[in-house]
Design a protein around this ligand. Structure first.
Ligand SMILES: [Zn+2]
Length: 241
């Protein structure tokens, strides 16, 4: 056993690695930081379940969380949340729960706050509330874009879009993404996922093996994606302005 590596201090990303927290005023950030605690986002961890009370609001600093709608006929990802946002918008909007599941799709880190403390701090600070509400609108827009995308665009271009969105939220060019998750993301069965990923791999944009994705040609992958990728990205960029 390697004693050194087992005791090496773990690097914890600061709260300001989350773009939403980084965009707060110094005073608001200092206030909310009193109630934040760093946590790991573990692959397949459920941050909340449909119709259950949401206990914490998470601000990811790396990794990716999927909002997944569960139906008797299967599950489809309807939104992706990473370092640009927060997981727990229903708490912000005074809902107790929501019909979706929040699942860690790519492992990473977050800072979290209890739902009760979050409600208190947001009620205290109007400037902070405004930042979070603008994010809720951007997330709403992202979900709307996904609805249009799922109806109008090819599986291959949708696959490219989701890979780009995930790539934006992780460190480096490699990440783990199981076929199961890709099938959630795209709302299709696994053989179709294999086919779409195979086309992108054949074009040289990605390398995909046993759930490990490496983006090998980012501009190529962007060219293979539908316009929804850029539209969603512009939507979040406009938040920061
Ligand atoms: Zn699209």
């Amino acid at each position: 056993m390697n004693h050194m590596s087992s005791t090496a201090p773990k690097f914890i990303r600061p709260a300001t690695a989350n773009r939403l927290l980084a965009s707060l005023t110094h005073s608001d950030l200092t206030r909310i930081a009193l109630d934040l605690e760093p946590v790991d986002l573990v692959l397949r961890q459920l941050l909340y379940e449909p119709d259950a009370e949401i206990e914490h609001v998470y601000f990811p600093t790396t990794g990716c969380v999927s909002m997944i709608n569960v139906t008797p006929d299967g599950s489809v990802e309807v939104g992706t949340i990473g370092l640009e946002g927060l997981v727990g918008v229903p708490v912000l909007l005074h809902g107790g729960s929501e019909p979706t599941r929040a699942l860690v799709q790519v492992e990473g880190q977050a800072h979290r706050i209890s739902a009760a403390a979050f409600r208190t701090v947001v009620a205290e600070r109007e400037s902070m509330q405004r930042v979070f509400l603008r994010y809720a609108l951007a997330l709403f827009n992202q979900v709307g874009q996904s609805v249009a995308c799922n109806r109008l665009h090819s599986l291959e271009s949708r696959c490219a879009r989701w890979l780009l969105m995930t790539h934006d939220r992780v460190d480096g060019d490699k990440f783990e993404l199981t076929q199961e998750f890709l099938s959630y993301m795209l709302g299709v069965h696994r053989p179709a996922v294999t086919l779409a990923a195979g086309l992108l791999q054949h074009a040289g944009y990605i390398h995909y093996t046993r759930g490990h994705i490496t983006v090998t040609d980012r501009p190529g992958l962007e060219s293979a994606s539908c316009s929804c990728y850029q539209a969603t990205r512009d939507n979040f960029t406009s938040l920061a302005s």
